[in-house]
Design a protein around this ligand. Structure first.
Ligand code: FNR
Length: 182
């Protein structure tokens, strides 16, 4: 069976990030044929056009990891109802210069996680727009807004409850089918 490599980008740099916890659960729950790995964004300096043609090594390393992946999943919080700056920065770095857009043509998906009730809806929608504009083909359905995350983690603080686990499995199966169209 062909294995699809999926780059998972976590839109939070927080040590105890709920989004990272959910991303790790997705890695654990991935179906056969999907291999998920987190690609870190914490070492990326701010994007500037002044250096895009002579980029720092950490940009090149990031772009190479994206290029080497068959697909991408963003797992992100919502900041002020939109996309966190660190994630948007990573998207610019991946996309530039235009002839070396590392995201181009890849199937993608968006998961947003929040302690709040609406699960980062605003962030999810804005990440979809940004991802589409860097030529990622974003899976439309199912959508993944994981709200009230504090109540969905078990006592160990890292494992999601049964209902959330089932949802993530369904989501990942759908994403696997989506990647197979490319
Ligand atoms: C937030 N938070 C937040 N939550 C939300 O549901 N909608 C929002 O618009 C915002 N806005 C916001 C702005 C900023 C600057 C911060 C720091 C936080 C709360 C946020 O969901 C919460 O801190 C999460 O725990 C962040 O995700 P991680 O770091 O746990 O993955």
């Amino acid at each position: 069976m062909e294995i699809k490599k999926v780059a998972v980008i976590v839109g939070s740099l927080r040590k105890e990030s709920f989004n990272r916890k959910v991303a790790n659960e997705m890695i654990r729950l991935a179906p056969e044929g999907l291999e998920l790995n987190i690609v870190e964004i914490k070492d990326l300096t701010f994007f500037s056009e002044d250096i895009e043609n002579d980029p720092p090594q950490e940009w090149l390393n990031f772009k190479q990891k994206i290029s080497d992946s068959d697909a991408v999943i963003f797992v992100s919080p919502e900041y002020n109802r939109t996309i966190p700056g660190v994630l948007k920065n990573a998207m610019e770095i991946g996309a530039r210069p235009p002839k070396l857009n590392s995201w181009k043509g890849k199937p993608g998906a968006v998961v947003t996680v929040s302690p709040g009730a609406i699960g980062g809806l605003g962030s999810n929608q804005t990440i979809r727009i940004a991802a589409s504009n860097v030529h990622i083909s974003v899976m439309a359905q199912p959508e993944a807004y994981i709200g009230g995350i504090k109540d969905k983690l078990l006592e160990d603080g890292v494992t999601v409850d049964e209902k959330t686990e089932k949802f993530l499995v369904t989501f990942l199966e759908a994403f696997k089918a989506w990647t197979e169209k490319f």
